[in-house]
Design a binder for this molecule. Structure first.
Ligand code: PCD
Length: 802
């Protein structure tokens, strides 16, 4: 009878919560055995490719496809005219706007989809797009969002200016919405009557998620049984199914959406793109499967961008540094169509988390959405709906306020942090922060890097620089961020009316192994590994014996998908709740088998034990077998459960990041000497996966802060459509990261877990950027726009006369 003294061994075998279990998916990924959309090859499959606009703003006078159609192997060329009878030439965006599927009379950004060529192979399709002749008449181009709001040039001729948009009244023909939160008058009064006020324009430039695998799909319409199967790089497969059904009129049960392995998503694969619609239409028209896969330029130039927020801030404080108010106005450049992927009620996402980690008594934000001649999007590139912009804004404003107060920025943060005893904390902009202990995290971080020692070294460096003994400066980039992840709750958060819950269904098999399916979809995060761990701890079956499946709408329960770090807070909670349902039934079965009342049993790792009689127990394996093979009075056979989880609140992970950077004043080059990242994501499921998430997110943050951008010239030409121009860091540019943690569980999540995947991007960008600014603080720098590439950093030094 091996049992009660082998508890540690039994816990070990479970590989449950807290275990640094190796990622089960890596066996296939590291051997090149992943199965991505482009690996889907069907008999008779055709290939689609787009004719794209070279102009940023032009009228289309004519499209002539004759030559293209004459090329052997070309099957069809679709234009807006072909889609009109189906009413599919425009499609709704997730933000309540509409977007052209194929150019309808005019084009509004460079790279816009004009015609869809379908051919027998992708090379023929690529050749044929060159043969489609489009006659354009160019129109004045508007790339500046401030100019957009004053110019006579009308970008969206399809919209009636006198009518309100999806989010209320519009004040100009290129205006999309004004969204406001907080008490404007009280905030203005607080700021005006304060002793110290700092004001700054903080620009978070346009960038792009740029996943390694671009977007794509394969549509296959089976005309015999009327079923449409759609494989795609979808971060939200069920939402795609619902939208496809609503748009096409095909009944939802006749559509099967499959997200196979995905090579990174980062928000890029949340929305619906014209390529999906065209592939579906082409498959219906030709009766053959049609594949559409973007190339890198298509992806960078036409699919969803991120950020592009001009954030004008005012922050006020007492002489001692206690913050008294925060005011923010954002001019948000949305490009040609408002295709942001935000919960419907929040056109600026969760930007109003911009009071950050600080106890700010009164605040106001106003966001003006604006159309320009740029690609549409506005996605949450590794951030929960504009949280990264918010974190960058407040962390820059804190630094600027510290300059104004002539105070140490670490100390300024400390005296303004929300205290541990203030949670749950109600922010001035309406959020309820679930839990946090910022002071503890901050002190730990400062001690870990020897903050005082660093400041001393920095001061000495400044002196040495002034004496002409060195040409490098030292920057200490501080950040304390608060994230907000896990949308729902359903009452606040929906996408096009679809409530943001999530789901998990578990089947325990007779021999004691299990299959669980969830409404989310991994894009590299490791869900097959970590969801199994949550379940293992709940149901007492080793995670090695639990298969996790996601991404097939024919089998998985309905869910809203993976983005906004919502899988752990929402689907992870559903997994725990479904596991508890399993355990409740298992307890009744065990009670029957042990001939005791079910209240006389207690749960012990992987079994139910009779209280006070530790040698009388039934393991989950025994219980699973009995569930199927023994007639139990009053109980149905089987052991299955499903949970649809509507979270009561979001979760608020946080972290303290410190970046120590050396800057060469003569070349603008930087060297990251040290990067310390402390994350608190509540209960940690898999520390190794978390560390990997933090490394990945920090590297993306490095990219964004130090060089990555989507830039346009005055004619709206995208200057960064290739990886030669768009900075994607490799191992060469990536520094070493030191990770650390504190653990403050979420009080409302069944296992206390918060999300973590986005945190390093949210906190990383201000840490890198603050380091650059901090290096020049002694020489009078207040604010300089990202990305801090070598040239721009050199320019800072040059302009300061260094
Ligand atoms: N975790 C743990 N613990 C805790 C938390 C968490 O362990 N506490 C882990 C989990 O399990 C998983 C991860 O970690 O695995 C993550 O999680 P989360 O945070 O919840 O998240 P999710 O939902 O899952 O995912 C999402 C995210 C995002 S959002 C993004 S961007 C990115 C990230 O995720 N993406 C990606 N990461 C990543 N990774 C990779 N590899 N890839 C990718 O793509 Mo958005 O909104 O979409 O933008």
């Amino acid at each position: 009878m091996k049992d009660f003294d082998d508890r540690e061994e039994r816990v070990g075998k479970l590989k449950g919560l807290g275990c640094a279990r190796k990622r089960v998916e890596d066996a296939r990924f590291t051997q090149g055995k992943g199965n991505y959309v482009d690996d889907v090859k069907l008999p008779g499959m055709l290939f689609g490719d787009f004719v794209r606009s070279p102009y940023a703003h032009a009228r289309i006078k004519s499209i002539d496809a004759t030559a293209a159609l004459e090329l052997p192997g070309v099957i069809a060329v679709l234009t807006a005219e072909d889609l009109k009878p189906l009413n599919l030439h425009w499609m709704p965006t997730l933000a309540g706007d509409k977007q052209m599927v194929l150019a309808d009379g005019k084009v509004l950004f460079q790279g816009q989809e004009v015609a869809f060529v379908v051919a027998e192979d992708r090379y023929i399709a690529a050749d044929a797009i060159e043969l489609v002749e489009v006659d354009y008449e160019d129109l004045p181009v508007i790339v500046d969002p401030f100019e957009a709001l004053t110019t006579d040039v009308v970008l969206r001729e399809d919209l009636d200016t006198s009518e309100p948009g999806a989010h209320g009244p519009r004040k100009h023909h290129n205006h999309i919405f004004l969204w406001e939160e907080g008490d404007k008058t009280a905030t203005e009064q607080a700021i005006e009557s304060s002793e110290v006020v700092a004001e700054e324009m903080v620009y978070y430039h346009r960038t792009h998620p740029c996943p390694l695998e671009t977007c794509g799909c394969v549509a296959s319409m089976d005309k015999v049984n009327g079923k449409l199967t759609l494989w795609g790089t979808f971060q939200a497969p069920h939402v795609v199914r619902t939208v496809a059904s609503l748009l096409s009129g095909i009944a939802e049960h006749d559509i099967r959406v499959i997200s196979p392995d995905i090579g990174g998503g980062f928000g890029n694969k949340v929305g619906v793109y014209p390529g999906y619609v065209c592939a579906i239409v082409a498959s219906i028209v030709t009766g053959k499967p049609v594949k559409w896969i973007e190339d890198r330029m298509d992806n960078l130039m036409a699919t969803a961008f991120a950020r592009d927020y001009w954030m004008k801030g005012r922050i006020s404080a007492t002489k001692e540094g206690k913050i008294t108010g925060l005011h923010c106005h954002v001019t948000a450049d949305h490009g040609a169509f408002d295709a942001c992927a935000d919960p419907t009620k929040f056109p600026a996402g969760f930007f109003h988390i911009c009071t950050g980690s600080y106890d700010i008594p009164v605040a106001y934000v106003g966001v003006d959405g604006v159309y320009t001649n740029k690609a549409p999007g506005g996605v949450a590139y590794r951030c929960s709906f504009r949280v990264t912009e918010a974190a960058y804004f407040i962390e820059r404003m804190i630094e600027v306020l510290a300059i104004e107060l002539n105070m140490d920025a670490a100390e300024l943060r400390r005296i303004n942090f929300i205290r541990a005893d203030q949670f749950p904390y109600h922010s001035a902009l309406g959020w309820e922060y679930d839990s946090g202990d910022y002071h503890t995290a901050w002190d730990k971080a400062l001690a870990a890097v020897d903050y005082e020692g660093l400041r001393k070294e920095q001061a000495e460096r400044v002196e040495a620089f002034k004496r002409g003994e060195t040409r490098t400066l030292l920057g200490i980039g501080l950040t304390h961020f608060t994230e907000i992840v896990g949308a729902g709750p359903v009452k606040n958060c929906d996408i096009l009316g679809m409530g943001m819950f999530d789901s998990c269904e578990i089947r325990i098999h007779p021999t004691g192994s299990a299959t669980a399916r969830l409404g989310t979809i991994s894009q590299g995060q490791g869900h097959a590994t970590t969801f199994g761990q949550i379940l293992a701890s709940e149901i007492g079956i080793s995670s090695d014996n639990i298969t996790i499946e996601e991404g097939d709408t024919d089998t998985a329960p309905y869910g809203l998908g993976t983005y906004g770090s919502r899988s752990t807070p929402v689907a992870g909670a559903a997994a725990a709740m479904a596991g508890r349902k399993i355990r409740a039934k298992a307890q009744m079965i065990a009670a029957y088998l042990l001939e005791v009342h079910d209240g006389d049993l207690e749960w012990d790792i992987d079994r139910f034990v009779v209280k006070g009689a530790p040698d009388r127990f039934k393991t989950m394996t025994e219980i699973a077998y009995a569930a199927y093979n023994q007639a139990i009075p009053g109980l149905e056979p089987g052991l299955e459960a499903v949970s649809y989880y509507d979270p009561p609140n979001m979760t608020y992970p946080f972290g303290a990041y410190i970046c120590v950077m050396e800057i060469d004043v003569d070349t603008g080059e930087h060297k990251i000497r040290q990067f310390y990242a402390l994350d608190d994501c509540g209960t940690r499921i898999n520390p190794m996966v978390i560390e990997g998430q933090v490394h990945g997110g920090l590297t993306e943050a490095l990219a964004i802060a130090m060089g990555q951008e989507i830039a346009y010239d005055d004619l709206g030409n995208c200057k960064t459509g290739t990886l030669m121009d768009f900075f994607l860091p490799t191992a060469v540019e990536t520094p070493h990261y030191t990770t650390d943690h504190t653990e403050t569980p979420s009080p409302h999540h069944p296992i206390g877990a918060k999300g973590v995947g986005e945190s390093p991007n949210v906190g990383g960008v201000p840490a890198f950027s603050n380091a650059v600014h901090d290096a020049f603080r002694a020489f009078g720098l207040r604010q300089s726009h990202m990305p801090h590439d070598h040239w721009r950093v050199w320019k800072i030094a040059h302009d300061l006369g260094l």
